[in-house]
Ligand binder design. Structure first.
Ligand code: GRF
Length: 208
């Protein structure tokens, strides 16, 4: 069983896609052992509880400084002894110590085709605003391993989504989620659980 900790900050539709994937058998050999949020108001925590998964909030507001918050976050994840950490809309830069400890064992979903519209400042609707402003005809989502950089780790999988005339950031965000994010993230977790993902020299290969 692949023990997964999912880190979330918001609505948790990607978390839901993983929960549903496990329930429906599309994601095999996987258990979500804990959901962690930096935001006490995250609906994702509610989704976890409804699915009978332990939901824990580690809010920076409860700590004197960033270092103490990062320590608490690290401890909370460690305690759950995960094999894989999934960032599903987690709006916190992962502490360096955690990146090091879980090298090639933290994945993130980004709502664009990296390296387009990625890096510092590209999060949430801003990603889709930038894509529309540039006038791209194709965008999509990327699942990648997390390293020290911002959206820079080895790319695991990408899925393209069409941009239509008349799209708003909101309609584009919805299409990217429905057609790409909710499909890709469970799929990648399933591949990792099956031992089909390898990282070599910063590149990912997927075996049959
Ligand atoms: C998604 O668009 C994801 O790609 C990004 O944050 C959003 C999270 O949405 N990293 P949700 O909380 O999973 O609904």
């Amino acid at each position: 069983m692949l023990r997964v900790v999912v880190c979330v900050s918001g609505g948790g539709t990607n978390l839901q896609a993983i929960i549903d994937g496990i329930a429906q058998g599309a994601v095999c050999n996987t258990e979500i052992v804990r959901v962690v949020s930096n935001n006490p108001g995250a609906f994702a925590l509610e989704r976890a509880k409804r699915a009978g998964i332990e939901a824990v909030c580690v809010s920076p507001k409860d700590y004197r400084d960033r270092e103490l918050f990062e320590e608490a976050l690290f401890a909370c994840v460690e305690e759950a002894t995960p094999d894989l950490i999934v960032l599903a809309g987690f709006m916190v830069k992962v502490p360096g110590k955690m990146v090091k400890r879980y090298e090639n064992r933290i994945i993130n979903i980004h709502p664009a085709l990296i390296p387009a519209f990625s890096g510092t400042g590209y999060y949430g609707l801003k990603v889709h605003e930038a894509a529309l402003k540039r006038g791209v005809k194709i965008t999509g989502a990327t699942v990648h391993f997390v390293n020290d950089g911002m959206d820079e780790g080895p790319i695991i999988m990408q899925k393209a989504v069409k941009v239509y005339d008349g799209d708003t950031p909101e309609t584009l965000q919805k299409r990217v989620m429905e057609e790409a994010e909710w499909v890709l993230l469970p799929w990648c977790i399933n591949l990792i659980a099956a031992g089909q993902i390898k990282v070599e020299n910063g590149r990912v290969t997927v075996s049959e």
